[in-house]
Design a protein around this ligand. Structure first.
Ligand code: UT7
Length: 334
């Protein structure tokens, strides 16, 4: 097992106040119901942004809380790595809006696009920046306003997603700390772009720019081959847990808490079973948030710390899968 180079010093979340329940879809005239959504996904409600709430505003709320808990001021942040599939504008990165909002004037700020696996990708980038000495203190954020890119007339996708943000401050692990210092014990990231069209937004980018036609056929919104994605999610999350455990030279029995991407409780259960982690050691909040893409693992991590489920000395495994496809895992000692 490697000696940790970076640790999570504080976390936070930014959640819109407005709650949309499964029953609320009836008002949209969609042929769906609470029973179907709960049985197939485990989702009961999700948070949706109101007028004036943005990806950046949710990210800022999450970041301020993470910075306060880490005891870090905006001026001490060397880099902001923000994962989002729903940037407020296509140019520049939402990370620079967040930098301006926080007053983190020394920070390099940039977005990464790795969809639902993006928060773990961001944590891995932060670990690398810290390991090379480029940064001492990195703010990582997963922030998503999925309500702005889903097709509210497509019952197969719109019931699945929600809005929210989660953040963490990562810092350099003290090299002279004791024999079991806290920090990142293993990271693993993979992608398979040959499967991109199973979960994507066909238009609205540089190849097929916005036009009246695009707006009319709704091809700028999320399209997903749900059943196919499900199969790959189960397979890839299993691969990711295997690899992280191998890298850290641990087994499922050593994991105190598994925090999987919150897309579907059936995928979560399959992942836990494969990793040999019992469900009482798995953090689940998909029932209250739906799938918040790259914010999902970050929100769950923050809740688990706040609730006292994660305390000092605990070993936590994060695992996620998303559009790309991308998948990733990380084992962290707190
Ligand atoms: O963030 C990472 C990426 N996303 C995921 O991980 C999501 C992966 N996929 C899934 O979680 C599941 O595939 C879904 C929840 C999206 C769908 O569940 P499923 O058990 O795979 O259902 P299905 O797509 O095979 O659809 C079954 C039936 C279909 O009707 P027929 O063809 O059997 O008559 C659908 O039209 O359910 C119908 N259906 C619905 N019915 C009521 C689809 N959406 C709905 C709905 N309400 N909202």
């Amino acid at each position: 097992m490697k000696r940790p180079l970076a640790y999570i010093a504080g976390t936070g979340r930014g959640i819109p106040a407005k709650v949309m329940t499964n029953q609320d879809f009836a008002a949209l005239g969609l042929e769906t119901n609470d029973e179907w959504i709960v049985e197939r996904t485990g989702i009961r409600e999700r948070h949706i942004t109101a007028e004036g709430e943005t990806t950046c505003s949710m990210a800022a709320t999450a970041s301020r809380q993470a910075m306060e808990r880490a005891g870090v001021t905006a001026g001490e942040i060397d880099a902001i790595v923000l994962s989002t599939a729903t940037p407020d504008r296509l140019l520049p990165a939402t990370a620079v809006d967040l930098q301006a909002e926080l007053g983190a004037s020394r920070a390099a700020a940039f977005d990464i696009g790795a969809a639902c696996a993006g928060f773990i990708f961001a944590a891995s980038v932060a670990e690398g920046l810290i390991a090379t000495g480029t940064a001492e203190t990195v703010l990582i954020v997963g922030a998503e306003r999925m309500s702005s890119i889903i097709d509210w007339t497509d019952r197969a996708t719109c019931v699945l997603f929600g809005d929210g943000a989660g953040a963490a401050v990562m810092k350099r692990t003290n090299p002279s700390a004791g024999p079991h210092p806290k920090g990142v014990l293993a990271t693993y990231m993979r992608s398979d772009g040959t499967l991109a069209d199973l979960l994507y937004r066909p238009a609205g980018g540089a190849t097929i720019p916005f036009s009246a036609q695009v707006l009319a056929d709704r091809s700028h919104l999320v399209k997903m081959a749900g059943r196919e994605v499900f199969k790959h999610a189960v397979r890839s999350m299993a691969d990711a847990t295997d690899r992280a455990l191998d890298l850290a030279k641990l087994t499922g029995k050593d994991i105190d808490l598994l925090i999987p991407h919150q897309a579907n409780v059936r995928i979560i259960e399959a992942t836990a079973k494969h990793a040999n982690v019992s469900m009482d050691k798995v953090y689940v909040n998909v029932d209250r948030y739906g799938n918040t893409s790259s914010a999902s693992v970050a929100i769950a991590l923050d809740e688990a710390i706040e609730k006292g489920v994660i305390t000092e000395g605990k070993t936590v495994m994060l695992v996620a899968f998303g559009a790309g496809f991308t998948w990733a895992s990380m084992i962290v000692r707190f």
